[in-house]
Design a protein around this ligand. Structure first.
Ligand SMILES: C[S@@+](CC[C@H](N)C(=O)[O-])C[C@H]1O[C@@H](n2cnc3c(N)ncnc32)[C@H](O)[C@@H]1O
Length: 312
């Protein structure tokens, strides 16, 4: 299931940070568990909001690609692929050719995204199995343009809020972009009035099913844990924790160790931004904003950015 490198990262993260990196849950049958969440979020959650906003503004986002013969839609952390459909529909409407390029850590997620796109469009799909936290992927983005096509990267679904080191992830994306490439990022905003409404979502069974994927694979019995989703006001993020009820043996490949009673592990975080924290983060990493649009209730933002050259 895990590569040697992933095993090492998992063990180091559990022992050093008390955290199971959420990304490993999407491997194997975790991919279908994510699809259940995505389906629910597209009914009335953030995927719906993002979809509507993207549909409404797709024409504006794509103005810069009007003269392009072909566009590579590089879907970073593709999930089931459905979030990019409004962009593909708009390209089709304007008779601009495109190639769908999903990038993900999970081979299963890549296959699901390919199926989603194939069900709607007859286009070329080029999948890349990559962990984008580990470095930039400029060799791929550069190579894609060798036929004269243009690149548009998409980082949707508020995935940015799931990483502890958001600067590193964004830097990797920036370093994978040429001067004419654009990136569209979608993030959820903080709405303090709605925090209490938001929290129950993180205790739903479908979320637990996904987040317990890795814990169960490494021997943590669900019945030997207590789960809690809390709002961390200082860091402006939802955090999903498990507490170990009785000493628990862990086994990862040939390595085994014990988590003691009352130890806790972070299973996931979901940072909520405000317009200031988000635009500051983007500009600190070295992006200039071309277009920023907010949902009517101000709870979701889509931003189209480009790498900028600047001196520190
Ligand atoms: C929260 S889901 C969002 C999926 C989709 N973009 C959406 O909006 O519905 C995160 C996606 O990013 C992928 N992912 C998370 N961390 C990753 C990493 N470090 N490298 C590559 N893919 C990653 C997951 O496998 C999953 O497909």
């Amino acid at each position: 299931m895990f590569t040697k490198r992933q095993e090492a990262e998992l063990i180091t993260s559990i022992q050093g940070k008390g955290e199971i990196p959420v990304k490993f849950n999407y491997l194997g049958d975790g991919a279908t568990k994510w699809c259940a969440i995505a389906k629910k979020r597209s009914g009335g959650g953030i995927n719906r909001m993002e979809y509507e906003l993207l549909t409404k503004r797709a024409g504006d986002f794509l103005k810069s690609y009007a003269g392009s013969g072909k566009v590579n839609i590089i879907d970073v952390g593709c999930g089931d692929g459905s979030p990019v459909l409004p962009i593909l529909a708009e390209l089709k409407k304007h008779k601009i050719n495109f190639r769908y390029v999903p990038i993900d850590i999970s081979p299963e997620m890549l296959d699901i995204a390919e199926k989603t796109i194939n069900a709607h469009h007859n286009c070329e799909v080029k999948k890349f199995l990559i962990d984008f936290e580990l470095g930039n992927f400029s060799e791929i983005t550069y190579d894609l343009k060798s036929d004269g096509s243009a690149n548009l990267l998409l980082f949707l679904g508020s995935t940015l809020g799931n990483f502890s080191d958001r600067n590193r992830v964004l830097t990797n994306l920036r370093d994978s972009m040429g001067a004419n490439d654009f990136l569209i990022v979608g993030v959820e905003m903080t709405n303090f009035a709605k925090i209490n409404k938001l929290l129950p979502h993180y205790s739903e069974k479908i979320v637990g099913d996904l987040l317990y994927t890795v814990p169960e694979q490494i021997g943590i019995k669900k019945s030997n844990t207590k789960y809690d989703a809390i709002w961390n006001d200082k860091d402006s993020q939802v955090e999903c924790w498990i507490f170990i009820v009785n000493d628990q043996k862990i086994k990862i490949s040939l390595d085994s160790f014990t988590l003691e009673k009352d130890e806790r592990l972070l299973l996931a975080r979901s940072l909520k931004f405000n317009e200031w924290t988000f635009t500051k983060l983007m500009s600190d990493v070295g992006f200039r904003t071309e277009l920023l649009t907010t949902s009517e209730n101000r709870s979701y933002v889509l931003s189209m950015v480009q790498p900028t050259r600047y001196s520190v």
